[in-house]
Design a protein around this ligand. Structure first.
Ligand SMILES: [Zn+2]
Length: 246
């Protein structure tokens, strides 16, 4: 079932993190910049970390060999739509919200071993904003409503949001180094202390993809986090998710 409110990780114990990677998969040969989902997945596995990759369906079609690798390294594959639209605007325009989720579901379904599929909305875009002078979002999600009424996503859990991001894509956009991005992520993780961490293993923007160093960022960040006493959890470990299962 899809809920009106975001699932977050602020109820995790102190120093527990869920690593999540969005907008992939993507693959680049060699050691230059660019998406390297398979190598990232292998590195995390070597470090004993099970992460979640919220894949975009059209990218998963392009790199079809990457999904079995993600599953083989013990990671969770989540649904991040087929073409990465803002779902609220799509719903308001009477667009095919169900198709955006269903197309990617068909692609990732062979690699789902758990009893639930996690969904993350592009941009975290899930509820309409209230008009001024109110601020914030409406209590109910037009997107959740459409998906639930369709009856096609009864084993879904979402939307999975995040607690911690240092906007990795902004570093790649300006050609910054993996060291700079890793320092920003470490600082933000220390400031917030626990939760779901948002990173991106590819992008819809070619200019960002060309300069992306998320694999290198992760190789810098993980040892530093481990040395500082952090441990890594699955989305299934989230108190907000476990509360749904009782
Ligand atoms: Zn995204």
């Amino acid at each position: 079932m899809l809920f009106d409110r975001d699932i977050k990780g602020f109820d995790l114990p102190n120093k527990a993190l869920c690593l999540t990677f969005d907008d992939g998969p993507g693959e680049t040969a060699g050691d230059g910049p660019g998406p390297k989902t398979s190598r990232l997945a292998e590195y995390l596995w070597q470090e004993g970390i099970a992460a979640t990759f919220f894949v975009v369906g059209r990218h998963a079609e392009q790199f079809a060999q990457t999904l079995p690798r993600l599953a083989g390294y013990g990671h969770t594959i989540g649904n991040h739509t087929y073409s990465h639209p803002g779902l609220v605007a799509l719903a308001l325009a009477d667009g095919d919200v169900v198709g955006e989720i269903a197309r990617t579901d068909a692609i990732i379904r062979p690699y789902i071993r758990a009893d639930a599929v996690f969904l993350r909305a592009p941009y975290g875009n899930w509820r309409e904003t209230l008009p001024p002078p109110d601020c914030g979002d409406k209590a109910e999600s037009i997107v959740a409503n459409i998906l639930n009424i369709s009856g096609q996503f009864s084993d879904y859990i979402g939307p999975v949001n995040w607690d911690i991001s240092a906007c990795d894509y902004d570093f790649w956009r300006v050609g910054a180094s993996a060291e700079e991005a890793a320092a920003a992520y470490f600082q933000e993780i220390e400031r917030i202390g626990r939760g779901i961490v948002l990173m991106h293993d590819s992008s819809d923007e070619a200019a960002i993809r060309a300069q992306e160093r998320t694999y290198e960022l992760t190789r810098l960040l993980v040892p530093r986090l481990k040395a500082s006493g952090y441990r890594f959890a699955d989305l299934d470990d989230l108190p907000q998710v476990q509360a749904l299962r009782v």
